[in-house]
Design a protein around this ligand. Structure first.
Ligand SMILES: C[S@@+](CC[C@H](N)C(=O)[O-])C[C@H]1O[C@@H](n2cnc3c(N)ncnc32)[C@H](O)[C@@H]1O
Length: 219
C-alpha cells in the first residue's frame, strides 16, 4: 500500500485548491504553488477525505529547500534541461517539474508515491500555465525511465528513502542520465561521492533563518 491508499487512488483537484493557499516560493518567485499555511489543518482534512485512514504528511504542500535550490539552478542555467527530457523524482508540489518546463525541458515525468502530490502536480502545472508534464507513481524499483536528466529535490529526507533512492540514481547515471540532487545537508546523502554544482541559502518557511542547500551532480 502506498501512502494514501492504493496506487490507483485519484484525489480531486478541488481538494488541493480548497485546502491550500497560492504562494511564490521565496527562492523561485517565478513559480506559483498551492501550499499549506496550516499543515496540521491540511493533514486533518486529508485524513477526513480518506475516511480516517493513515495519511502520509502533506509533503506535497510545501516547497522544500532541495526542490527550491534545484528549481533555481535550472532557471538560472536553462542549458541543464533545455530541449531535454527530465524525470522529477519525488516531485511533491511539482515545483521542480514546473521550473524544468519553464527552463525549456522538452518533456517532464513527475514521479511521486503520494496521490495528493500527483494531483497537486497537475494543479500547479495548470496554475503556472505549463504543459508537457506527465505524472506517475513510484518508479524506484524499476529500470529508470529513458530520460536525459533526473532531478531529485529533497528526496534523501530519511534513511529508508535514501537507501531506495541512491541505487536508483546510480542506475540512472549508469544509463547515461545526468543526475542532479538538491539537498539541504541531510546526513544520509553521501556527499563525498557527489560533485557540487551550486550552493544557495534557502529562506526558512517559518522564521528568519536560512538553510544552506546544495545542488549536487552524480559524477
Ligand atoms: C521532502 S518531499 C520533496 C518534494 C519536492 N521535490 C520539493 O523539493 O519540494 C519528498 C517527496 O518524495 C515523495 N516520495 C516518497 N517516496 C517516494 C517514492 N518511492 N517515489 C516517488 N516519490 C516518493 C514524497 O511523497 C514527497 O512528495
Amino acid at each position: 500500500m502506498t501512502p494514501g491508499g492504493p496506487a490507483t487512488r485519484v484525489v480531486p483537484a478541488g481538494f488541493v485548491r480548497a485546502h491550500t493557499q497560492v504562494r511564490r516560493p521565496s527562492l523561485v518567485p517565478e513559480v506559483r504553488l498551492h501550499v499549506a499555511d496550516d499543515v496540521v489543518a491540511l493533514w486533518e482534512a486529508m485524513e477526513d477525505d480518506a475516511g480516517g485512514a493513515g495519511e502520509a504528511p502533506p509533503f506535497w504542500a510545501a516547497a522544500w529547500p532541495g526542490g527550491q535550490a534545484l528549481a533555481r539552478a535550472v532557471l538560472d542555467d536553462p542549458g541543464l534541461v533545455a530541449g531535454r527530457t527530465v524525470l522529477d523524482l519525488g516531485s511533491g508540489s511539482g515545483l521542480v517539474a514546473v521550473a524544468a518546463v519553464l527552463a525549456g525541458a522538452r518533456w517532464v515525468l513527475a514521479s511521486d508515491v503520494d496521490p495528493f502530490s500527483r494531483t497537486a502536480i497537475g494543479v500547479n502545472a495548470g496554475l503556472n500555465g505549463v504543459a508537457g508534464i506527465s505524472v506517475t507513481g513510484d518508479v524506484l524499483d524499476r529500470d529508470p525511465p529513458a530520460v536525459d536528466v533526473v532531478l531529485a529535490g529533497d528526496v534523501c529526507y530519511d534513511r529508508e528513502m535514501t537507501e531506495r533512492v541512491l541505487p536508483f540514481l546510480d542506475r540512472a547515471r549508469a544509463r547515461g542520465c545526468e543526475v542532479l540532487v538538491g539537498d539541504p545537508g541531510r546526513p544520509y546523502l553521501p556527499h563525498q561521492r557527489l560533485e557540487p554544482v551550486t550552493a544557495l541559502d534557502v529562506p526558512e518557511t517559518e522564521g528568519p533563518g536560512t538553510r544552506r542547500t546544495t545542488v549536487w551532480r552524480l559524477p
